[in-house]
Ligand binder design. Structure first.
Ligand code: PEP
Length: 249
């Protein structure tokens, strides 16, 4: 039985004092949750977040990293740096990074390999645009993204990879894929992973849904056979709202 993994993506929100207040409130609300709960916070909040989740069931993730270990890459942060302060997860290839910062499938693949090398668990985002969906190309696009993203990864590495299926048209728009639709696409992703790594890996890999997840739709989405939790943007910024999502039973 796969565990539900519920991750918040704060994007470029929350100052350190807000992070500390959030964790103080949120940790009390989710202390009995049986799900894996992750907060992916801005770089400047990581250290504060890591200190404040000590003794709780909350894990901390970053939202991006560079693929090189160190060097002349002004403004960048490496996987090695993240690991050195105790970060466990890192979002890779979010659609906002692909759209606004020119992240290609090749860069995404390099970042995933580097994350794994430094012992971080990548949350790998894939998803189709509205145009691709309307052209009936969603599954084809997603399969190609999976093949690119996972290039050169072996079966063992797949134990530490989480996939987040996020239809781009559903991110921050209030539009959600229907639970059946999201489940069917995630099944197609599992099938693709099965073709590459076999059934065992495909049945073990955690695949989340992301795109306007809220406490009012999370239960239905997470109850579907192949949806193993969610990557949650806007609704993860409010402790009470996010706790309702994270407490899924
Ligand atoms: C996201 O940031 O990955 C996301 C899905 O955002 P939202 O939940 O706000 O749509």
């Amino acid at each position: 039985m796969r565990k539900k993994v519920i991750a918040g993506n704060w994007k470029m929100n929350m100052l350190p004092n807000e992070t500390i207040n959030f964790i103080d409130e949120f940790s009390k609300l989710v202390k009995n949750s049986e799900n894996e709960i992750i907060l992916c916070v801005p770089f400047i909040d990581l250290f504060y977040a890591l200190l404040h989740v000590q003794g709780t069931n909350i894990k901390i993730g970053a939202q991006n990293m560079h693929w090189e270990e160190k060097g002349a890459f002004t403004g960048e942060v490496s996987g090695n740096m993240l690991k050195s302060i105790g970060v466990e997860y890192v979002i890779i290839g979010h659609s906002e990074r692909r759209a606004y910062f020119g992240e290609t499938d090749e860069i995404v693949n390099k970042k995933i390999k580097s994350a794994l090398k430094y012992g971080l668990k990548p949350i790998v985002c894939i998803g189709e645009t509205l145009e691709q969906r309307e052209d009936g190309k969603a599954v084809e696009i997603i399969k190609a993204q999976i093949q690119f993203a996972l290039k050169d990864l072996d079966k063992k590495m797949m134990d530490d990879v989480i996939i987040a299926y996020e239809p781009i048209w559903a991110i921050g728009t209030g539009k959600t894929a229907t639970s059946e639709d999201a489940n069917n696409t995630i099944k197609a992703i599992r099938e693709e992973i099965s073709k590459i790594y076999g059934q065992n890996v495909a049945q073990r890999v955690i695949i989340q849904y992301g795109g306007s997840v809220k406490s009012t739709n999370s239960h239905e989405l997470f109850s579907m056979s192949d949806i193993d939790g969610g990557l949650v943007g806007g609704a993860s910024l409010n402790a009470e709202e996010f706790s309702k999502i994270a407490n899924y039973k």
